[in-house]
Design a protein around this ligand. Structure first.
Ligand SMILES: N[C@@H](CCC(=O)N[C@@H](CS)C(=O)NCC(=O)O)C(=O)O
Length: 230
């Protein structure tokens, strides 16, 4: 049995982690039976979630999960795509996972800590919540500083994020999916990120920017309907 270890649902969506939601969407799209389990990143092989358990194997990272589904279970989310399309998908995936991700990180952990503290750590006893949050926030700030985006001013980060969202909306258009009628792996990445901006019960400038693009809002509803049945 395949078991997907993720952060639990929050704020009206299946996971407030873009990568966990992407992996969930990929597995759901595959049609393979799997179970969901809530886990802690500290216990994951690379210290991050999602993780896929397959028998004795524990696979960390959504990209490795995707490869494992292809090689070990015969599910190729990108079947039928030529090399050029695969290359384009890779470029958009990197834009989301290596750029927009860090901007979202900033908006959630640095710019609006009062919201995320309650949302992500609300279940911890009050006595330890503040200290735990301070520790995580310091790690996020270090990550952002090392990656480089954390060195920019808030307004510049928002402008970078808005540019990503505009590019996505233009590329996606009416869709229905990134490459037409059928969802592929890039659509699972898109869903993981856009649900976390469009559908999530958070209201900030980046969420507002995403919701201002009807193409992105429609994509979320369409993907949910097609892959999750609503
Ligand atoms: N490249 C990884 C990224 C996974 C990732 O960044 N996960 C975040 C949640 S969205 C995490 O577990 N962070 C915990 C931490 O850094 O302590 C993937 O594709 O799965």
């Amino acid at each position: 049995m395949l078991v997907l270890e993720t952060f639990p649902p929050a704020l009206g969506i299946l996971s407030p982690s873009q990568f966990c939601l992407k992996a969930d969407a990929l597995l759901t799209l595959s049609g393979l039976p799997f179970a969901r389990e809530t886990a802690l990143p500290q216990k994951a092989p690379l210290g991050k979630l999602p993780v896929l358990r397959d028998g004795a194997e524990r696979l960390a990272d959504s990209v490795r999960i995707e490869r494992h589904l292809r090689l070990a279970h015969g599910f190729d989310a990108d079947a039928g795509l030529d090399a050029r399309a695969r290359g384009e998908a890779q470029a958009y995936r990197c834009m989301l996972e290596e750029h927009l991700y860090f901007i979202m990180h900033h908006t959630r952990w640095i710019a609006r800590p009062e919201i995320t503290r309650e949302v992500f750590l609300g279940r911890l006893p009050e006595a330890v919540r503040e200290a735990a949050f301070a520790q995580i926030q310091a790690k996020m700030a270090r990550d952002l500083e090392g990656q480089g985006l954390g060195r920019h001013a808030e307004e510049d980060l928002l402008a970078f994020g808005r540019a990503d969202l505009e590019a996505l909306a233009l590329r996606l258009g009416e869709g229905p999916f990134f490459f037409g009628e059928t969802p592929h792996s890039i659509d699972t990445t898109l869903f993981g990120f856009l649900e976390n901006l469009v559908t999530i019960a958070l209201d900030g400038p980046l969420e507002a920017a995403a919701r201002a693009h009807p193409e992105l809002v429609a994509f979320c509803a369409r993907f949910r309907e097609r892959v999750y049945g609503g």
